[in-house]
Design a protein around this ligand. Structure first.
Ligand code: TYD
Ligand code: MG
Length: 451
């Protein structure tokens, strides 16, 4: 083994022979740390390494193991595939350990053998948390250990069905001399856990801390090693947490699950639309509910707009929270050009209530309506919901899955939905009781209906 050193970017893994202030690969500042470059020979031989005919490979349909949390199963694509490695990333304190301890509890209560390894907390601390979560499972094994080789050897002895390592930054491999949490350590740890999972067919979870900027010995650099990457995010001052799939070798991404952190752990929110609309003000200007989509599920969200005159003579501000900035700028230009409003001297703020982020063109009409409602100082009736993509000439284009959007709106008591005319023609045969459908061809039509 050579004892050559190199400077490695802790954010993206870039190698440099000399120290640099800024990583030329990812552009982050002060992320290069000197590490001993050790060569580890990868041993990826799970199957005989000779070419096999495609037809001779047995059917690849894998049985999935269901976790006790239905929302998590959906994000995973229907459950965990045995032998796969799932990385759960998120900021410290967001609830990763809590989530996985709850998952472990559910498995253990179904008499499955679970090994939960913590390199961060003592057994007493975990027990304290477990008591809050109402943990009893007799087959839940805990191990407080930071040496990876000892962890793997214990895991092979115990042979659990579920393996959890909390966290990838806190354990170290004795094959390397660098400190825990450096990029070569977290990679080596991930590689070894990956091999362990594949060899023994164990469903494995790995926890990784990331900061808002995604740095801190980034699990970002681990994304290509593991099978599934989930991100757990949320605001500190909000009790809800969003779990998203960023990569999934066995299922769809863009699925999303919403949890609420309470005094007894995380609780899945099975009706997110109602959750995000619960505090909506009625008859306020600049607020409208859109039927959008997250993953395979329709979601109702409130879009808010605020127009106020620009102070002093600076540039008017255009701020968006939860919406794409460029798309919003385009919609504002359409409002000026096609609807004849002028807001050169006004600041415009756009927000998706509840800290949600939505990036679907079907919300365009909602943004337009919210801004116009504000400009006209007229509220949109609270039982109206909208969806539709807006084109540059102000035309409203049809969007996917209109029926699912309408059903969601209907189930939450909306009485009128304004939607693209193009979608309406396909819906004629469908019957959604108690909802009044208004097809529109352009933004002008939509406004005459409402105002
Ligand atoms: P934790 O799972 O330790 O976060 P992570 O592993 O991502 O660092 O979550 C810790 C936070 O969750 C902490 O602020 C306390 C809070 N919490 C609750 O509000 N209710 C609970 O039942 C538990 C167990 C934790
Ligand atoms: Mg933790």
């Amino acid at each position: 083994m050579k004892n050559k050193t190199a400077f490695i970017c802790q954010n993206c893994g870039f190698h440099s022979p000399k120290w640099l202030g800024r990583c030329p690969s990812c552009g982050e500042w002060s992320t290069l740390i000197e590490e001993i470059e050790e060569e580890i020979i990868a041993e990826y031989s799970f199957a005989p390494s000779k070419p096999i005919l495609y037809e001779e490979i047995k059917e690849a349909k894998k049985k999935r193991v269901k976790t006790g949390i239905e929302e998590l199963n959906r994000v995973l694509g229907g459950g965990i595939v045995p032998g796969s490695l799932v990385l759960i990333g998120g900021e410290p304190g967001i609830g990763k350990s809590t989530l996985l301890l709850q998952v472990s509890r559910d498995f253990a209560s179904r008499a499955e053998k679970v090994l939960y390894v913590s390199g961060e907390e003592s057994l007493e601390q975990i027990k304290l948390r477990g008591e809050r979560l109402g943990l009893k499972g007799e087959k839940l094994y805990l191990l407080a250990e930071t040496n990876l080789e000892r962890i793997i050897s214990q895991a092979e002895k115990l042979n659990p069905q579920i393996f959890v390592l909390d966290s990838v930054q806190s354990v170290y491999s004795s094959k390397l001399s660098s400190t825990p949490g450096t990029i070569s350590q977290v990679r080596e740890v991930t590689n070894q856990v990956f091999r362990f999972a594949k060899k023994n067919g164990v469903c494995s979870f790995l926890i990784g801390h990331i900061t808002k900027e995604g740095s801190l010995a980034g699990p970002k650099s681990l994304e290509h090693i593991v099978d599934v990457v989930l991100y757990f995010e949320g605001e500190r001052d909000h009790s809800y947490r969003v779990l998203r799939a960023l990569k999934n070798r066995f299922g769809p991404i863009s699925e999303l699950a919403i949890f609420e952190m309470g005094s007894r752990g995380l609780q899945a929110i099975s009706n997110p639309s109602a959750f995000f609309l619960k505090e909506r003000p009625t008859d306020e200007t600049g607020s409208v509910v859109v039927c959008t989509f997250r993953g395979s599920r329709p979601l109702l969200a409130e879009i808010q707009a605020l127009v106020s005159s620009t102070l002093f003579t600076g540039n008017p501000r255009r701020m968006t929270v939860g919406l794409d900035h460029f798309r919003a700028a385009m919609l504002l230009a359409i409002i000026e050009k096609k609807l004849g409003f002028s807001f050169a001297g006004e600041d415009i703020y756009l927000n998706v209530a509840g800290g949600l982020a939505i990036d679907e063109p079907a919300t365009d009409l909602g943004v337009v309506m919210a801004v116009v409602s504000c400009l006209k100082n007229k509220a949109i009736p609270p039982d109206v919901s909208v969806f539709g993509e807006v084109g540059l000439s102000g035309e409203i284009r049809s969007v996917g899955q209109p029926l699912a959007r309408l059903k969601e709106a209907s189930s939450l008591g909306f009485k009128t939905v304004i939607l693209p005319k193009g979608n309406l023609s396909h819906l004629e045969r469908e019957n959604i009781p108690g909802i009044n459908l208004m097809g529109v061809k352009n933004v002008k039509e939509a406004l005459t209906i409402i105002f």
